[in-house]
Design a protein around this ligand. Sequence first.
Ligand SMILES: Cc1ncc(COP(=O)(O)O)c(C=O)c1O
Length: 412
Amino acid sequence: MHKAVKSTVDWPAIREEFPILRERVNGHALIYFDSAASSQKPTAVLDVVRNYYEHENANVHRGLHTLSARATEHYEKSRQRVADFIGAKNADEIVFTRGTTESINLVAQAWGGKFLKSGDVILLTEMEHHSNLVSWQLLAERIGARLRYVPVNDDGTLKIDNLDSLLTPEVKMFAFTHVSNSLGTINPVTKLCAKARNVGAVTSIDAAQSIGHMPLNVQEIGCDFLAFSGHKMCAPTGIGVLYGRAEILEATPPWHGGGEMIVSVSLEKSSYKKPPHRFEAGTPNIAGAIGLAAAIDYLEGIGREQIFQHDVDLARYALDRMTEVKGLRVIGPKENRAGVISFIMEAAHPHDLTTFADRYGLAMRGGHHCNQPLMKRFGVTGTTRASFYLYNTREEVDRMIEILQKAVAFFK
Ligand SMILES: Cc1ncc(COP(=O)(O)O)c(C=O)c1O
């Protein structure tokens, strides 16, 4: 799917741009292999956020003074930057939220609450993060909709050979992840959206794990909604995005009530702004949006195709070296995968293993990764997960292998 690109990026220099990576943890150099949970932030983003607070900070859209105008201009420019980054037709298709979870809840509660009814089917997959599962369960319970799931094959890919039997005309919403946060599986999103369109289903993509790691264009994918979080793509926490195709956002009612989202309010009744402001009640995360635009500048300066290749190369190298560790089993696809590796070690429970690794400064994640149904599908309660990003190196992977070898001896 993605062509190999020869890297011209100076990766060690990139690493230097992330101050936190100079931290020492338990007397060791930090190895941060938990970027699927949250990425680290480069100086370029930290500086922009600091500069905002030092020179522009004020509330947006409300004030008639200079600082408010500066903040508003920067905030709205950031919306345009996001639109360009994901190939949206215009900035009005970009709603700022707190993150992927809030974006998905917005789709479920506001769009789903209006357009889905009792008996309709919401099609999800067995590999969804809880945020793309529980949000739909809450709605289904409330309105009497039915949930259906695309199963996962033993190799961690989606079982889509018989998708037509699941994607029937009763399906009104097909919501799925782009990249699995546990397995690293990359789903064929363009094909899935085309199939959904054939039966008239609306599509919603969880791009939390893909957005900062690979090129992504919503018009080429052909999705109706797409959700992501800033903190997984070098931006601050507390900012995220819901992309919604213009016609569909236009038809979606507001969900949170408050300031900023209204045209007029009387004691009897209110009228609402057009999207995206209709969905942004209250003071937004202004610094977060500005930081997100800075992160986009940063990532595009390097190149998303280059970042993708870097992640994939590291994952391939790690998968190769992991075969040297006794009793280690990887869960997930061998090919066409992102830089997220889930594994089980005979010697130790994932919690014990990650705690052990932390003693050597290695940050991994152990547990169900908000994927309990997926863990059940593979007959485990959790895995250990190593996830890579642009600042990670092969030397760090070598060090991880050494630490895993130590764990084999320690837990014997
Ligand atoms: C695939 C996926 N979806 C959704 C989320 C939720 O993201 P957030 O907690 O930023 O809302 C995550 C976070 O781990 C994720 O990996």
